[in-house]
Design a binder for this molecule. Sequence first.
Ligand code: C5P
Length: 331
Amino acid sequence: MSSSDNAVRPQLAEISSCTAVAPAKINLHLGVGPLREDGYHGLVTIYQSVDMWARVTLTADPAAQTWSISAVGPGAEDVPCDDTNLAFRAVRDCFAAAGRELPAVGIHLTKQIPVAGGMAGGSADAAAAIVAADDLYGLHLSGDQQLEIAAGLGSDVPFCLKGGTVLGTGHGERVTPMPAAHTPLHWVVATAEDGLSTPSVFRELDRLRAAGTVPESGSFDADGHAVDAGHIELARALAAGDIAQIAAWLHNDLQAAALSLRPVLRKTLEAGREAGALAAMVSGSGPTCLFLCRDADEALDVATELTSRGLARSVHTTTGPTAGAQVLERR
Ligand code: C5P
């Protein structure tokens, strides 16, 4: 800018922003133990990140009086834009951990992961917000500090920070990277009209188990301790990149509960199998359904068939694993 520009333009207070992204998750194995005293269920899960991203922009405007939050994109009308929002809580917790006062930050969410769809959309917002806050305000939080903040926000948030193919234990918040072959997995994601709340699906599983309708998890013994189960076979198949074995060992203990609350999902799963998918399963607590396909062409065929049968609100093709949360843009 030349000195003459300075003469004609008022000097604006400097506004800066940072946009970060974090991936959606799917659970390739989800073993759910008994309800614990802290209100959570013990989990043994294999997470994988897929190429669908939560996008969070933080704006530091020196003229702003207070923090604000807004959301756009499919399902944004169902996102609470107040201090219960996970992205806001993430930013607030980052400042608390850094021993600094919360500034008048603007938080803007671009929703691209199905809302209440069992793909950790809200958790990915939180993970992206942690990365963006650290970058924009130079908080210098260590990786471990970021993971601790993430674990305090929700079971899936640490995974959304890390991405990749990861073993999750505890109530899902303890994450350990796993060896996986470099073969991308091709998925079709079919979202449903209305979301399912995660707590209600866990409660339904407890009810079905108490009634003896659904067996206890093969991933836990009678005392609630994790045991070697299908996830070990799946881990082997992932390390070998053996797609047929991966398909054979996909498993979700929450599926019976999601199907009990939303029986119509059976039709969606069946339609994907008929269209040639190697495997079909409910994603996490649902109601999104996932279909593992041999390659990108098959995924396109399955997606086209699901779309033409009108069994989903929207149908996407995607691949996993991806990287974790990261900064996309600084201004
Ligand atoms: O951790 P997150 O906030 O995602 O969990 C939301 C709710 O889902 C919990 O309050 C609990 O009711 C249920 N949940 C559970 N066991 C888990 C994870 C979540 O019962 N491992």
